[in-house]
Ligand binder design. Structure first.
Ligand code: DC
Length: 221
């Protein structure tokens, strides 16, 4: 019998604490961490770099297929250029939801995400459609959220900016991500739902870790 991979899917809107929690969780569970939002950001960066119309599905999908994306711990390289900072900047952030709505791009990235996890032997995978579409059979699916005001405050604490403006941008991005036709952001009905508004990172990580352990001990019984 092949051993079941340990996969934890973490989905939720921007600023819900996904990245911080997913990274800490990967350390606690001793498995690698994959930030799938960064993959959509890398494709967006390459499309903007090449001056491609980001609504043109086949052109952007060709970029996603042809670019050389490398994810090395906390650094991201596209065609040998370190794009770690630029993919978090305003131009990519503004355009990324448009790129993430393109089905041909999503299917390309879904395939990369599955083979990445297969090669890594499991992982904590963070995104918007991980539990619903990419890994519906994950060991555990988690849906993280927090109030829009708290999500905006966290983004400002991380990267600066005006809290009112950031809250508006977050609302717009949530709207685009949850209303697109292909794999919209939504909670799957068998996920562990956690509202992180009033919780510490440590408390959330402990809750998820103990859920994974109890699921695995039930499977092994
Ligand atoms: O998590 P993030 O802010 O880096 O995500 C960037 C964008 O990519 C955001 O608009 C949602 C989208 N995304 C997605 O559609 N599916 C994923 N699995 C991950 C991110």
């Amino acid at each position: 019998m092949t051993k079941r991979l340990r996969i934890v899917a973490i989905d939720g809107p921007a600023g819900a604490g996904k990245s911080t929690i997913a990274k800490a969780l990967a350390v606690a569970l001793n498995i690698p961490y994959l930030d799938t939002g960064a993959m959509y950001r890398m494709v967006t960066y390459a499309a903007l770099r090449d001056g491609i119309d980001i609504k043109n599905e086949s052109d952007v999908a060709a970029i996603a297929k042809g670019m050389r994306a490398v994810m090395k711990s906390d650094r991201f390289l596209v065609d040998d250029v370190d794009v770690t900072d630029i993919i978090r900047g305003p131009q990519v952030t503004e355009a990324v939801s448009t790129v993430a709505a393109l089905s041909a791009v999503r299917s390309e990235l879904r395939a990369s995400q599955r083979s990445w996890v297969e090669n890594a032997g499991g992982g904590v995978v963070e995104g918007r459609d991980i539990g619903t579409v990419v890994f519906p059979d994950a060991t555990l699916k988690v849906f993280l959220t927090a109030s829009p005001a708290v999500r905006a405050q966290r983004r400002v604490a991380q990267s600066g900016g005006d809290v009112v403006e950031i809250e508006e941008q977050i609302r717009q991005r949530d709207h685009l991500d949850s209303t697109r036709a292909d794999s919209p952001l939504r909670e799957s009905n068998d996920s562990l739902f956690i509202d992180t508004t009033d919780l510490s990172i440590d408390a959330v990580v402990k809750q998820i870790t103990s859920s994974v352990e109890s699921i695995e001990s039930n499977i092994n019984e």
